[in-house]
Design a protein around this ligand. Structure first.
Ligand code: 9UX
Length: 72
């Protein structure tokens, strides 16, 4: 199964911020694809909801030191 969510991320100021978050997301078991855009302050994450939940995904972002807010 595949689900896609969009997440607003607060606090990113440089491309290293977005790269750090993107790598953290890509390392999560169950995440199939993750892209973080600094310009729009958004992440788009494709994941298998049978393996990983939105809550775990947003917690992974918060663990890197940024605030995650679900858009859709
Ligand atoms: Mo760039 Mo982001 O120097 O926490 S990595 S601001």
């Amino acid at each position: 199964a595949t689900q896609v969510c969009r997440i607003h991320i607060n606090g990113m100021t440089c491309t290293s911020c977005s790269s750090t978050i993107e790598s953290a997301l890509q390392a999560i078991h169950g995440v199939q694809k993750a892209q973080v855009a600094l310009a729009t302050e958004e992440a788009e994450v494709q994941y298998d909801p049978k393996i990983v939940s939105y809550t775990q995904i947003s917690e992974a972002i918060e663990d890197t030191g940024f605030e995650a807010i679900l858009i859709s």
